[in-house]
Design a protein around this ligand. Structure first.
Ligand code: GAR
Length: 203
């Protein structure tokens, strides 16, 4: 049966600028094949939760510390996703590595945005500002962002979209992070989400 829109859950940990880009894309008609149904944070009080509430999206906070183990943490997320019949999961600055048990359950249904051109500066330990610190330390002249499917290998799943961004003289990790977000992440994450949702609803 042809579904009207794929139901999207966005998983966050921090400021949520990528979540904001998804919300804006939904409002601007860039995302039409999916609908953000809920936001799950693994950090209490993350600003991303405020962004979701401002957009009238329901929110959940799931804390590993409170649940005692990675397994309980993931089971609680699965419970929420099942209860809401979620089709697509978008990791938007979600700073927790998910187990194979979790990722294999949603094969080609979990997207992640990473702030480099994979396979550079990725894998365990490469997240957030650290990625840009490593790029500057290496002296690369071009960096960018990647959206990929999530599998059991951190940042190892199939690439969906990439966009290159120039490194400029005098860049700090913060300046470079901002340029990569503005010129790459906030464009390719909504575009990839629409692409995947469109494919899923046409199945
Ligand atoms: C983004 O730059 C995202 O690509 C990165 O964290 C930032 C989150 O910002 N994610 C990773 O490094 C994942 N490995 P946001 O909360 O403002 O979207």
């Amino acid at each position: 049966m042809l579904k009207k829109k794929a139901k999207i859950a966005v998983l966050v940990s921090g400021g949520g600028t990528n979540l904001q880009a998804l919300i804006d894309a939904q409002n601007n008609g860039i995302i039409v094949s999916g609908q953000i149904d809920l936001v799950i944070s693994n950090k209490e009080g993350a600003f991303a939760l405020t962004r979701a509430k401002n957009a009238n999206i329901k929110t959940y906070t799931v804390l590993k510390k409170k649940l005692g183990s990675q397994e309980n943490f993931e089971n609680e997320i699965i419970r929420i996703l099942d209860e809401n019949e979620i089709d697509v999961i978008v990791l938007a600055g979600f700073m927790s590595i998910l187990s194979e048990k979790f990722t294999s359950r949603y094969e080609k249904r979990i997207l992640n945005v990473h702030p480099s051109l994979i396979p550079s500066f990725c894998g365990e330990g490469f997240y957030g500002l650290h990625v840009h610190e490593a790029a500057l330390k290496k002296g690369v002249k071009v960096t960018g962002a990647t959206v990929h499917f999530v599998n059991e290998i951190p940042d190892g799943g199939e690439i969906i979209m990439q966009k290159a961004v120039d490194v400029e003289d005098g860049d700090t990790p913060e300046i470079l992070q901002k340029r990569v977000m503005e010129r790459a992440e906030w464009i390719i994450l909504p575009a990839s989400t629409e692409k995947v949702c469109k494919e899923i609803i046409s199945k």
